[in-house]
Design a protein around this ligand. Structure first.
Ligand code: GDP
Length: 570
């Protein structure tokens, strides 16, 4: 009970109040002679004592193993559960500085239908970079195009009729990129952003195959007209059969005709673009200027990809100027497109905000650790845990633990760090949590370790599984410092959305923790895992990571490409 002898300010006023009140209540004779003012004073004193005892109890009760102390400096919103679902997320503590993200988002959406669009800014630090005015104007003109040509508009219905007829139309009003839902969620988010950027620079309208869960995960990003394909879209039932060998596949068309000149190809009503990791030499011609001149004439392009192909768009000469105007700072491409396109639906936003408020909001610092193990076998693996520990300690992201029994915090209130771990396995989380529970930190800091789920294995088609995956990517993006795993698109989404340059854990070889364990990334951009290495003009192989200063090989995959900003260009 000693702990109750001091109030929160460290003085002993609670003790005085305590004895005064106690005496007054114990001694009825003393009470009998009391004036009404004194009785009132005692009553107020009782209230104060109760309130102080309550506060002290809340702060000093035994913490759970992974608790976080600390004053809230959070960018937090309150959720009011008794309101209707449309307005259940009500803003309180801090009004977001810039809800529309520097003009990236357009106003005029129904707020209740997608709460995250308006609330997300409150959970983040101010955007580290501002979008260019050219990007903003191109987004606004894209929205107008989408409104005119999107699903169920007159132009769309006309274009669909032409598609059904199988003939190439004589005049083109609206042109489309149709994105097929394919691969893991991180991959899908990156490929959708890539397809959108391609649509933006080629004046096409992006249409999205809803797949099994896209509608459940993401709000509509464009005003008034949906980005989802209509149910009666004529090619919908053919998506599964569209592959590298199908006659509409661009690579196959090029291979069969054995042409060097696209001018001699007959114009089809649609073309299928196979841009997934197993694509061949002919499929990769997509990244050549001359082939883009041909594709420009095709009203419907249907694309299947599991790659963030943006870096190679920057190497197509006819796109170069436009892309430079849109993104004077190259490493912001996914950061801005991601924040523009991907707004969690209300059900996912509930998962995100409840978790954030319960476990992360009150910490002085939030650290994300994303663990993705591509080894066979179930894990957890000791070498992976050793690697995580080596990285966070060497880079001073988390403090060392001590062999002593007890270390008091040098200041009155210990600094708190909340660590958000994500992994399919719970093993790494449990080890780290136990380590910081069983030993004090040398700095006296309090470390809380949290992991929202451990799904054990990837379950791409399952709705609740993908909700959790999206929630976790988003929560990682709300941290202050991020550690990610090599090769993982899950991590790329988190880092770029969050505007965070992560420490990347090197991929372990031969079940051994690499040394060094991790490296700070050059930029927050995702890596393109399967880029072409072809000089379209010279028709020879070339190292596409050495052509321009802003397209470099990735830190985590030597043959991959990523966008970076040269320090002398900033
Ligand atoms: P990548 O394979 O790491 O590039 O990321 P993807 O997101 O494309 O595919 C991995 C999938 O496995 C995710 O979409 C999830 O379904 C699942 N997954 C992998 N790691 C995690 C994790 O830490 N948490 C959750 N909830 N799911 C994960």
């Amino acid at each position: 009970m000693k702990r109750f002898s001091k109030n929160l300010n460290g003085d002993d006023s609670s003790k005085h109040l305590d004895s005064d009140t106690h005496n007054a209540l114990r001694d009825p004779d003393r009470n009998a002679g009391l004036s009404p003012m004194r009785v009132m004073g005692i009553f107020v004193a009782c209230l104060i004592v109760l309130s102080v005892l309550f506060s002290v109890n809340v702060v000093l009760r035994d913490p759970p193993s992974d608790a976080v102390y600390g004053a809230s400096k959070a960018r937090v919103l309150e959720v009011e559960p008794n309101k209707s679902s449309e307005d259940q997320f009500s803003e309180s503590v801090e009004v977001p500085k810039d809800k529309l993200l520097g003009g990236l988002l357009t106003a005029g959406f129904d707020k209740g239908s997608c709460v995250s669009r308006y609330q997300s800014a409150s959970y983040r630090k101010e955007m580290p970079h501002k979008p260019s005015s050219y990007l903003l104007s191109r987004l606004r003109s894209y929205e107008s195009l989408h409104k005119r040509c999107g699903p169920n508009t007159e132009s769309y219905n006309k274009a669909v009729e032409q598609l059904k007829s199988g003939h190439h139309p004589s005049s083109l009003d609206c042109n489309y990129v149709v994105w097929i839902s394919f691969s893991g969620l991180g991959n899908r988010i990156l490929t959708l952003a890539s397809a959108f950027l391609y649509a933006l620079v080629t004046n096409r309208v992006l249409l999205v195959d809803p797949g099994v869960d896209m509608v459940d995960l993401f709000c509509e990003p464009f005003p008034e007209v949906s980005w989802f394909l209509s149910m009666d879209f004529p090619l919908k039932n053919q998506f599964d059969s569209l592959g590298q060998k199908s006659p509409h596949c661009y690579g196959e068309m090029m291979r069969k005709s054995n042409l060097t000149n696209t001018d001699e190809l007959v114009l089809p009503s649609f073309v299928y673009l196979h841009l997934s990791h197993d694509y061949n030499y002919q499929d990769k011609l997509f990244f050549c200027n001359q082939d883009q001149s041909f594709l420009e004439k095709i009203p419907w392009l249907v694309v299947r990809t599991d790659n963030y192909f943006v870096p190679s768009l920057f190497l197509i000469p006819s796109f170069e100027q436009e892309l430079n105007n849109l993104f004077p700072r190259k490493e912001t491409v996914f950061h801005f497109l991601g924040r523009y396109l991907f707004h969690p639906t209300n059900v996912v936003w509930g998962l995100i905000t409840r978790y954030y408020q319960a476990y992360l909001a009150k910490a002085d610092e939030r650290i994300g650790i994303q663990i993705r193990v591509f080894d066979t076998g179930t894990g957890p693996f000791q070498h992976v845990f050793d690697q995580i520990l080596s990285c966070v300690l060497k880079e001073n992201l988390l403090p060392e633990t001590s062999g002593q029994d007890f270390i008091a915090s040098p200041s009155g209130r210990p600094k708190s760090k909340a660590v958000l771990m994500t992994s399919l396995s719970s093993g790494y989380f449990e080890k780290l949590r136990d380590m910081y529970w069983e030993h004090p930190t040398v700095t006296g800091e309090v470390i809380g370790i949290y992991q929202p789920s451990h799904e054990e294995y990837q379950q791409t088609e399952k709705q609740t599984h993908n909700r959790k995956a999206w929630t976790e990517m988003y929560l990682l993006s709300l941290t202050d410092v991020l550690v990610t795993s090599s090769w993982s698109t899950f991590g790329y989404v988190a880092q770029s959305l969050g505007g965070l340059t992560p420490w990347i854990l090197y991929k372990p070889e031969n079940r051994t923790a690499p040394d060094p364990a991790c490296k700070r990334a050059m930029s927050m951009e995702p890596c393109f895992h399967a880029p072409p290495f072809y000089d379209c003009k010279a028709k020879t192989g070339v190292d596409t990571g050495a052509l321009v200063p802003h397209v470099k090989h990735c830190e985590d995959m030597s043959w991959g490409l990523k966008l970076v900003d040269r320090s002398d260009e900033l």
